[in-house]
Write a protein that binds this ligand. Structure first.
Ligand code: NA7
Length: 545
């Protein structure tokens, strides 16, 4: 690192080859690759006071990963794979934090991460061919390459409900949970939101709250996780088979360690299909979606899974009215991110839990003492939990004021929705790389698999640029236009757009352009496309010397 004055301004900028924003799964691995593999000077800037990214902030009750632990980890280091041992089928937030801290220390990454440093602006200087980044505290950094590793789900979505500022009790968003935890004992708690987060939080909050009222806008499917401690034989299997497990994850559309069955739901009789679903339900987890190859592309096939799952809800939940509200699901199965749970529906059988349908009677306002809905009903509360999700994918990028070539801002460039080439670069923003950016499989894939692929691609690309004396790489506008068409076509070939209120489409944030953001063509296919682009001399990118 050097103190330079390549860019005009009051504070001299600290200069690096590369700046990485974020110290989650992506930022940590990107630092390792650029510093230890390519020998570049690299600095990570991280808003939090520790590593972990999404997992640093999401400490809400029941926070747990929906990918199985043996697949929710880096695969780049054989030694790391052999020495780390997960304790449960699905890792809980504290265990993921222990893992990421272990990785940080094992690879001596901490010394190149600056914590408590929130990036506010990033500006490309055309003449100097460098990015300058400013932080909330007014520090300045500059680098040839800027890599955003800001996560897809890190900008919280707190709905603007009138009256929140007058609420006399406590309120929290699950994605900004207090580090010291929240004591619900003896309290009347209201939780807004029944996505993956809300479905994890309900059973745990209900254990100690005096009363929990859940405000549900959209009823949701959920599959039991059947989480449990891992058996010694499974741990042994993972250690002995990690190359094969990795190969399997790389061969599938979603990056999970199981294949999608190569059969149609229509190939079986109703009785046979029921047996398949019962077995998948008993096994639990996201693998349910892999029971048939056509669940996400054929509405009639999907209906068979949806009917099964709605029946399960009605079997579990004893009160018929509550069961009816919970199973009145308006979108095909898995067209919104399918949650997995630990006794979510069963929790509604507790006497201290009740469900309010805010689709029928929306929340009108928050009062000093609780929530009032449009039908005039009021709910007295001591605590409100917002499990209301995120301004996903574009939110974390647009929360930084990013200005590219010729003074164009990312906000303006994306005013009608995100436009990227491969989710990796934006036309007009040279030498800026977006790890798991919009237009890449990202959230439709087991995240560490998507992250490793992006980080490795970016690393190889930068190595190529340096070896061949290329000073600047930028996605061409044509290639980006074609890729946006490809992303739309991939989504439209599935049932995913039928969930017209999904955050995949940006529909959960008022005023956000409705564009299907992740690439739905599958991770394995996407990996092939990226490899091909690189093999053809970075086709679709403009390289200048
Ligand atoms: P999600 O999946 O976006 O869920 C948010 C929930 O909050 C969902 O049920 C929303 O209903 C509800 N919500 C949002 N705003 C409101 C208002 N104004 N009123 C009532 N209800 C509201 O976020 P999660 O945190 O659960 O999960 C995000 C991802 O994290 C997840 O998909 C995994 O990938 C991990 P809606 O469905 O929009 O009607």
């Amino acid at each position: 690192m050097t103190l330079g004055s390549t860019v005009s301004g009051t504070t001299p900028a600290a200069d690096f080859d590369a700046l990485i924003i974020g110290a989650g799964f992506s930022g940590l691995y990107q630092l390792y690759c650029l510093r230890d593999r390519l020998g570049l000077s690299a600095q990570v800037l991280e808003a939090g006071d520790g590593v972990g990214g999404t997992w640093y902030w999401n400490r809400y009750p029941g926070a747990r990963c929906d990918s199985e632990s043996h697949s929710y980890c880096y695969t780049f280091s054989k030694e790391l794979l052999e020495e780390w041992e997960w304790s449960e089928r699905y890792p809980e937030q504290p265990e993921i934090m222990r893992y990421l801290n272990h990785v940080t220390d094992r690879f001596d990454l901490r010394r190149d991460i600056r914590f408590g440093t929130r990036v506010t602006t990033a500006r490309f200087d055309d003449a100097a061919n460098r990015w300058t980044v400013e932080t909330e505290a007014g520090e300045r950094y500059s680098a040839t390459y800027l890599i955003t590793a800001v996560g897809c789900l890190s900008s919280t979505n707190i709905p603007k409900i009138p009256g929140l500022e007058d609420f006399k009790g406590e309120w929290y968003h699950t994605g900004l949970w207090p580090h010291g935890g929240v004591d619900f004992a003896g309290k009347r708690v209201g939780q807004i939101g029944t996505g993956s987060t809300g479905i994890q939080a309900v059973p745990v909050i209900a254990e100690t709250a005096k009363h929990l009222t859940v405000f549900q806008r959209t009823a949701n499917y959920s599959i039991p996780a059947h989480n449990a401690p891992l058996k010694p034989e499974f741990k042994r299997y993972v250690k002995e088979n990690h190359p094969a497990i990795r190969e399997l994850m790389h061969s599938t559309a979603n990056g999970h360690p199981f294949a999608i069955e190569d059969r149609s739901a229509h190939d079986l009789t109703p009785e046979q299909r029921e047996a398949v679903y019962e077995a998948a339900w008993a096994k639990g987890g996201l693998q349910f979606r892999a029971s048939f190859r056509d669940l996400l592309v054929d509405k009639a096939a999907n209906d068979t899974a949806a009917d099964f799952l709605k029946r399960k809800i009605r079997e579990i939940v004893k009160d018929p009215q509550t069961a009816a509200k919970l199973s009145d699901i308006d979108h095909p199965f898995a067209t919104k991110r399918p949650p997995i749970d630990s006794n979510y529906f069963g929790t509604y059988n507790r006497p201290n839990v009740s469900l309010v349908d805010v689709r029928a009677a929306p929340i009108e306002r928050i009062t000093p003492t609780g929530i009032v809905t449009r039908d005039g009903a009021s709910y007295d509360l001591d605590v409100i939990v917002f499990a209301t999700g995120f301004d996903a994918m574009t939110g974390p990028l647009l929360s930084i004021d990013i200005t590219g070539r010729d003074g164009q801002s990312l906000k303006d460039t994306w005013s009608a929705g995100p436009r990227t080439y491969l989710g990796l670069q934006v036309a007009g923003f040279p030498n800026l790389f977006t790890v798991t950016g919009p237009g890449s499989p990202s959230v439709l894939c087991n995240m560490p698999v998507a992250i490793e692929q992006h980080v490795e691609w970016i690393t190889d690309c930068i190595a190529h640029l340096r070896a061949s004396g290329v000073k600047r790489i930028e996605a061409s506008a044509d290639a980006a236009d074609q890729w946006v068409d490809e992303v739309n076509a991939a989504a439209n070939a599935t049932l995913l757009p039928l969930a017209n209120h999904s955050w995949y489409l940006g529909a959960n944030v008022p005023g956000k352009p409705r564009v299907f953001m992740p690439y739905a063509g599958g991770m394995a296919r996407y990996r092939g496309i990226c490899n091909d682009v690189a093999a053809k001399g970075y086709e679709g990118f403009v390289l200048s010397r």
